[in-house]
Structures are given as structure tokens and as C-alpha cells.
Write a protein that binds this ligand. Structure first.
Ligand code: ZN
Length: 308
């Protein structure tokens, strides 16, 4: 049993390495998976982490061996730096779920929508450019990347966004969860979690279906890009189910009762024990964005049920 969210390296399966402290504020944790023939980096992160991510990864893996960068989805904190990473890694191609592939090649619409959802947070993550088309491998759900005895399978994971996916390392039963299971933090031994439910396309019903589908996988380890990994699978899913459901109840009643945004924010903060997290300006903005996304979903679900 191991759970790790700090900075001390702990035992991961031999094929996997994790990379932390890639930027300040910390945007994501990178991972690599190495097979007999090649290595994949899981998520490129945004372009402000590329240099440090590659410095850490290439301290024990030859850059030439990195043939894949697999991304869970095209949100900028996950793959906004894929263009820069692909430029630094001559042999690497970027594996992405087909529903997001065109945004990797031409991110212009993505940048506009990210700016609307994120405001100045976007600037923290560095510039976004298109990945050359010949470097992008658009993949269907169920498609696999073979690293030589290590197989990464893409699983569609709609809900967080329609183009969302996760990667499953079959031989080691490891899930790289993208944004499908929430933001996972550990504060002095307390597991804290909040839903990854950004506007404008978060769909709560689909997100819960995805969570229940992922729960049915055989899993020994979950690697969260935000932030760290755990082998306490049942505990993690119990906390994911509970938190997503609580937020859904609170936001549904907020819409019905016309509550102010700040009152609702206070309620989700209390319900998820996030008071400490909100002292950090960057994380406070992200929590507020996810709350706006879930409220937007509840509002349209309500309008839809009234129309019926
Ligand atoms: Zn995302």
C-alpha cells in the first residue's frame, strides 16, 4: 500500500517514473512509462513546464527513446505544451483521443474558450502553439500504444469534456486518470478532492458514468496529473463519488434557490474541506472555475427539465 503526494520519491512500478515540482504554482505531475523498445510521457503539461519536465525525464531516459507523448485531453494544462515538447523530442509523436486531435493542430478556438473560462490563469501556463499535423496521432477509444511489453490503452472518458480520455497501462493495472476523477490533494495525511468540472462543457451525468466505468477496471494504482498517485483504490473512489455527488447536490439546490455564487462557493469549500486550499490564489481560481462549470451544468439541466 503506498500513497504519495509529497516530494519524496516512493516506489512506483519499475516502468513508471513521476516528475514533480515542474513549475510554481504546481500545474501538474508528469509521468513516464518505459517498455523494452520505447518510452511514453503521459501528458505534456503546458509549455511553462516543458524544460523542467524534460530535464527530469531525460536524466534517466535517453531523449531518443521517447517516442510518444500521450495526452488525456487538449485542455492547456495537459497538452498546451505538446508543441514545444514535440520540438525537443525528435522521435516523439503525440497520441490524442480523436475528438480533440484537431485542437492540438490548430489551438486557436481552444485558446479563446480557455481565456473565457480561466482569465489570467492562462498566462501562467505559457504560450500555446499548434503541433505539426504529422506529429499528431489521432486515436480512437480502445486504441493502444505498444512500448514493448508495456501497453497503454486509450479509454474515452467523457464528462469532464467531450474530448476527455484516460490512459490505462494494462500490464501494471495503472490508470493515468487525466481530469476524469477530480483534483486529488493530500494535506498532512488528509485526502482532499474537488471535481474537475469546468465550463462550458462539463456534463455531470456523463462524468459519473465515466467514474463508474473506470471503477470497474482492474486497478493497482491511480496516477493523477493533479497531483500524485495512490494505491488505495477503494478509498480514492469512495472519496471521488462522495465529493462529486456533494457538489452536485449543493449546486442543484443553489440554482433552485437562486443562491449567490459566494454562498455556494462557501458551501462546497466547507463540504470538501478546502479552506486551506483556497488560501492559494491559483488554486482558488481553479476551484471557482470548476464551481462555475458545475453550476452551468445544473442550470441547463434544470432548463431542460422545465421544457420537458
Ligand atoms: Zn481538463
Amino acid at each position: 500500500m503506498y500513497a504519495h503526494y509529497g516530494t519524496t520519491p516512493m516506489s512506483l512500478p519499475e516502468a513508471i517514473k513521476s516528475y514533480r515540482s515542474l513549475s510554481s504554482p504546481e500545474v501538474l505531475v508528469g509521468y513516464s512509462v518505459t517498455g523494452r523498445t520505447s518510452t511514453a510521457l503521459v501528458e505534456s503539461g503546458p509549455s511553462n513546464v516543458t524544460q523542467e519536465y524534460l530535464r527530469q525525464a531525460c536524466s534517466n531516459i535517453s531523449a531518443k527513446k521517447i517516442e510518444w507523448i500521450v495526452v488525456s485531453h487538449i485542455h492547456i494544462d495537459h497538452s498546451g505544451g505538446a508543441w514545444r515538447m514535440a520540438r525537443e523530442l525528435p522521435n516523439a509523436r503525440v497520441g490524442v483521443y480523436e475528438r480533440g486531435a484537431h485542437h492540438l493542430i490548430d489551438p486557436s478556438r481552444l485558446i479563446i474558450s480557455a481565456r473565457e473560462a480561466l482569465g489570467d490563469v492562462l498566462e501562467v501556463w505559457g504560450p500555446v502553439e499548434g503541433v505539426p499535423q504529422e506529429k499528431v496521432v489521432s486515436m480512437k477509444a480502445g486504441a493502444t500504444v505498444d512500448l514493448g511489453g508495456k501497453t497503454l490503452r486509450l479509454i474515452a472518458a467523457p464528462g469532464h469534456a467531450p474530448h476527455s480520455s484516460v490512459w490505462y497501462l494494462e500490464e501494471d493495472r495503472v490508470l493515468f486518470s487525466g481530469d476524469s476523477l477530480g483534483i486529488f490533494l493530500n494535506r498532512e495525511g488528509n485526502q482532499l478532492l474537488w471535481p474537475t468540472s469546468p465550463p462550458p462543457s462539463y456534463n455531470h451525468d456523463l462524468a459519473m458514468e465515466t467514474i463508474s466505468q473506470l471503477k470497474s477496471l482492474k486497478l493497482d494504482l491511480i496516477c493523477f496529473p493533479h497531483f500524485g498517485y495512490t494505491s488505495s483504490i477503494d478509498k480514492a473512489f469512495a472519496s471521488i463519488d462522495e465529493t462529486f455527488s456533494k457538489w452536485a447536490q449543493i449546486t442543484k439546490s443553489a440554482i433552485e434557490n437562486n443562491e449567490s455564487f459566494n454562498d455556494t462557493l462557501n458551501k462546497v469549500v466547507q463540504a470538501s474541506g478546502l479552506n486551506q486550499v483556497l488560501k492559494d490564489d491559483y488554486r482558488r481560481k481553479l476551484v471557482a472555475m470548476d464551481l462555475r462549470g458545475m453550476l452551468m451544468y445544473q442550470e441547463s439541466a434544470r432548463a431542460h427539465s422545465i421544457r420537458k
